[in-house]
Design a protein around this ligand. Structure first.
Ligand code: NAD
Ligand code: TYD
Length: 353
């Protein structure tokens, strides 16, 4: 296998850490450079099991810092980029849209420009792979339709608008400068190491501590859930076998109404904690709906299956039980985040570098 130097941005976050782990373990001849700003969502504790591997390097940097991106392209002779770094939480984007435009749009542009300048038109064996979301397609009704790769973009939240914009920049850099790019749009991920502001880890932790479970609106919104390791395997496959300039949708064919999913979480946590069945149902608390809350997301990932042979490997029941167990068994990981300790720790660790 050829040696490669791959820059993975956002590798200290939820999905990024699974992608870094997979690539570091599977490709000992590659150099995997994890570039992360370590925002509130970035956590090097997600990668303790691989941090000492010889083919792994961590670089603390902001993707918006164009000069630094150029320096890192040179330093590590980067020939492939898997770009995951982003602000990723819809509720935060409603409160602070500027940060989303800065990181997701300007940060992506800064990386693209660095790739363009540093690769200098020599695009042989180069790839800029941009990880995006199904949220760029907007909202579906309850009519069985699915998002395909040709669904028109119709983002509604500042988060999805910023991701849509970054997707457009990636495609524009291919069309204008010939940069080899691929974009994938994935549905909601779940699994270990997800920051506990997102539905699944937040609710598991709240159930454990008998805190209210804030269900937005009537809990009728639908999401299509994919186990994060299945996403990481899809990314690996597409990075190596995907066609340049293509878009691939990645999804679980696994739609759940929020309230039904929440009941599965309650049942699983109660079972694993030894509580009587239904003991935590009283924690369900209906709250004011999220502004602009998209009704339904659902992905048609048949193109990826037909062209590259990818399918989700895990049944949802299996994945959710494993995930709940993981959060219950890794309470220290959760407590470090929720107490804010890990942020202070890493700030002091990197202050003098
Ligand atoms: P996350 O919020 O858990 O992690 C994001 C990471 O990016 C963090 O480690 C953070 O420190 C880093 N980061 C943020 N701003 C940065 C900057 N300016 N410079 C460098 N690093 C920065 O996000 P996630 O859920 O792992 O999502 C990763 C990617 O996948 C995002 O692009 C997101 O849009 C996309 N995506 C996520 C989902 C999902 O369900 N979580 C679904 C589809 C697509
Ligand atoms: P989330 O995990 O934030 O992902 P996304 O908004 O990107 O789909 O939310 C998943 C669904 O759960 C979404 O429909 C909003 C809903 N939700 C709640 O009802 N309560 C909550 O506290 C959170 C965080 C989300």
């Amino acid at each position: 296998m050829a040696k490669r130097n791959i820059l993975i941005t956002g590798g200290a976050g939820f999905i990024g850490s699974h992608v870094v782990r997979l690539m570091v373990n599977k490709y000992p001849d590659y150099r995997i450079v994890n570039l992360d700003k370590l925002t509130y969502a970035g956590n090097l504790a997600n990668l303790v099991d691989i941090e000492d591997k010889p083919n792994y390097v961590f670089e603390k940097a902001d993707i918006c810092d164009y000069e630094k991106m150029c320096e890192l392209f040179d330093k590590h002779e980067i020939d492939g980029v898997i770009h995951l770094a982003a602000e990723s939480h819809v509720d935060r984007s409603i409160k602070d849209p500027f940060t989303f435009a800065r990181t997701n749009v300007m940060g992506t542009l800064s990386l693209l420009q660095a790739a363009k300048v540093k690769w200098e038109g020599n695009y042989y064996d180069k790839l800029f792979y941009h990880i995006s979301t199904d949220e760029v397609y907007g909202a579906l009704q309850f009519d069985g339709t699915l998002f395909t790769e040709t669904t028109k973009y119709d983002p509604h939240s500042p988060y999805s608008a910023s991701k849509a914009s970054s997707d457009h920049f990636v495609r524009a850099f291919h069309d204008t400068y010939g940069i080899p790019t691929i974009v994938t749009n994935c549905s909601n991920n779940y699994g270990p190491y997800q920051f506990p502001e997102k539905l699944i880890p937040l609710f598991i932790n709240n159930i454990r501590h008998r805190r209210p479970l804030p269900v937005y609106g009537k809990g009728e919104n639908v999401r299509d859930w994919l186990y994060v390791v299945d996403h990481a395997h899809a990314i690996d496959l597409i990075f190596h076998k995907g066609k340049i300039a293509e878009t691939y949708n990645i999804g679980g064919f696994n739609e759940w109404k929020n309230i039904d999913l929440i009941k599965v979480l309650i049942k699983t946590v109660d079972k694993l904690l030894g509580n009587p069945e239904g003991a935590s149902l009283d924690l369900i608390t209906y709250v004011t709906d999220r502004a602009g809350h998209d009704l339904r997301y659902a992905i048609d990932s048949r193109k990826l299956k037909n062209e590259l042979g990818w399918e989700p490997s895990l049944q949802f029941e299996e994945g959710i039980e494993f995930t709940v167990k993981w959060y219950l068994e890794n309470q220290a990981w959760m407590d470090n985040i929720t107490s804010g300790e890990y942020e202070k720790y890493y700030e002091s660790m990197y202050k003098n570098r």
